[in-house]
Design a protein around this ligand. Structure first.
Ligand code: ZN
Length: 288
């Protein structure tokens, strides 16, 4: 009789323990990415961006950091059969000239991770290259080295070694040259429509071997993506929203300036800084 009772108590304890474990496990899964983001959100909310509240004095940012966005570095302007390709291409000669102009204007490049840590220089600039094309190694790297400029390269990890893309050893060479390497998912996934588990897998896979910085493929993301990126310990992520970054920018929604072959770069940068001084947030502006 006593033995049966003990078995009953032990059984109930096992079931109870299992239920507690299940509740905890699911709770942890559902909230693992959240605490960091909630912290970021509250930081963002505390910034004086709220134009509706006239009692809050609005101070302009003190740091303006242009983040340039490049794709292909290649001679492509005569390829009239591919207008999109032209839009995404800057010739090596033009990149050389742009870096020369920026250097003469006193700009100094920093990494995204430094930006996230608040390590600014007097005139900081971040240069980014999306997608991991092989011309980043063959064409962009020698020019960057010529001007002793650093840059951030966002690699689509599943495309490494494909025709037109860098190989793993080439990415290692970029790294050895002092470049920052970040993730851009494994298959250039549209994160705005992606399943939760798939998004986590794609983002974490693409940053696993690299620096903790990320670029949303085609600039597409949603609030859950922001949760995931911050929850994975990524320090900064760039969008295709137009603007310059400031110390008030959300580190997971950093705006960039798209550079094209014919972009008058200093003029564009100064226009964007002037707009940032008026404190328009990137989401209120159209994409370039
Ligand atoms: Zn891309």
């Amino acid at each position: 009789m006593k033995g049966t009772f003990l078995y009953l108590v032990a059984g109930l304890m096992l079931i109870g323990g299992g239920l507690v474990w299940l509740a905890l496990f699911h709770g942890i899964q559902a909230s693992s990415a959240k605490p960091l983001l909630d912290q970021k959100k509250s930081e963002a909310v505390s910034e004086p961006f709220s134009q509706n509240d006239s009692t809050v004095p609005s101070t302009p940012p003190s740091v303006y950091v242009p983040i340039l966005m490049y794709h292909y570095i290649r001679d492509y302007q005569d390829r009239t059969d591919d207008p999109l390709g032209i839009q995404l291409s800057v010739s090596p000669k033009t990149l050389d000239k742009q870096l020369s102009v920026l250097k003469d204007a006193g700009y100094e490049t920093i990494s995204l991770e430094d930006f996230a840590k608040g390590k600014y220089k007097p005139k900081s600039l971040i240069i980014t290259f999306d997608d991991g094309y092989d011309d980043h190694y063959t064409n962009a790297l020698p020019i960057l080295e010529k001007y002793q400029t650093t840059a951030t390269f966002f690699i689509v990890s599943g495309f490494l070694g494909r025709t037109g893309y860098m190989t793993t050893p080439q990415v290692q060479q970029l790294r050895l040259a002092g470049m920052e390497i970040g993730g851009h998912t494994a298959i250039h996934l549209n994160l705005a429509n992606a399943q939760y588990e798939k998004a986590i897998d794609e983002i974490s896979t693409s940053v696993r071997s690299y620096d903790p910085v990320f670029s949303y493929p085609s600039g597409k993301y949603n609030p859950v993506t922001l949760d995931i990126v911050s929850g994975l310990g990524i320090k900064a992520a760039v969008t295709t929203n137009l603007g310059v970054a400031t110390e008030k920018s959300s580190l997971y929604e950093l705006p960039r300036i798209r550079v094209k072959e014919k972009t008058d770069l200093l003029k564009r940068i100064n226009e964007e800084i002037a707009i940032a001084k008026r404190q328009l947030v990137p989401s209120q502006r159209s994409k370039d």
